[in-house]
Design a protein around this ligand. Structure first.
Ligand SMILES: C[S@@+](CC[C@H](N)C(=O)[O-])C[C@H]1O[C@@H](n2cnc3c(N)ncnc32)[C@H](O)[C@@H]1O
Length: 224
């Protein structure tokens, strides 16, 4: 098949599977597998890729059509224009988490070298975005899951954030230690979905780790 045909096939499969943004997802996969962006597709659309890459692309289209997250197929995602590795075992950063980062920036403005702790760090989206805004801040990022912790460390390295220290621990065990540690900001985007609701959420969410979603019966365990 040509690149244009592959693009149209992906778009049509995604429409049939009721994927929210069929065109966008199809284009992301074309770019990811063939290194061809939207503008280039107009010029190179009649070219045929190598058979093995075409097969990988078609497998990815099938996976995406079944509700597997686009971000996990791509293996990376951006949050606040910062690149993050993502994959099975770690929550995909959401745009609305930017509110937490922006609010923190407002509140610690004026503190010269703020000391900040990010609980339930996941990919490190919050901690890394803050480290970029405050290169002189001292930031601790706490995450319990083995898999998420590996992503956290890789993302800290990828974004060269030497001012973040990653700690693998359970915040329920550590919280007593945090209470009197002189932090200028204690942040968290914790799991907050009610246990019973999780199974009713989108197919994509079902591929994300339960540990990142489940906030207990009323969703409030972490807040309490
Ligand atoms: C909603 S996700 C948020 C991830 C990231 N902060 C973000 O905003 O994209 C919650 C994270 O908390 C972690 N987590 C769950 N229980 C935890 C615990 N008891 N101690 C530390 N981390 C925990 C999960 O593994 C997951 O990475």
């Amino acid at each position: 098949m040509t690149l244009s045909e592959l693009y149209r096939k992906a778009r049509s499969d995604f429409r049939n599977a009721e994927i929210d943004s069929p065109q966008y997802d199809a284009m992301c996969l074309i770019e990811h597998f063939f290194g061809v962006n939207r503008a280039e597709l107009v010029v190179k659309g009649d070219k045929s890729p190598k058979a093995e890459i075409e097969a990988e692309f078609l497998t990815a289209v099938e996976k995406r059509s079944s509700g597997y997250p686009l971000q996990y197929i791509l293996g990376e995602w951006t949050f606040m224009d910062i690149p993050f590795f993502v994959g099975e075992g770690v929550l995909i950063p959401r745009d609305d988490t930017e509110i937490l980062v922006r609010e923190t920036i407002k509140r610690v403005r004026g503190v010269e070298n703020p000391k900040i702790i990010d609980l339930c760090s996941g990919t490190g989206a919050v901690a890394i975005a803050l480290a970029k805004a405050y290169p002189k801040a001292e930031i601790l990022a706490v995450e319990l899951s083995d898999k998420a912790f590996s992503y956290l460390k890789e993302n800290i390295k990828r974004n060269a954030c030497e001012n973040i220290k990653a700690i693998k621990d359970d915040i329920f065990r550590l919280y007593e230690e945090f209470s009197d540690s002189g932090f200028d900001a204690v942040l968290s985007n914790p799991p907050y979905i009610k246990t019973d609701i999780i199974a009713t959420l989108a197919k994509e969410v079902q591929h994300e780790p339960k540990l990142a979603l489940d906030g207990g019966k009323d969703g409030m365990i972490f807040y309490n």
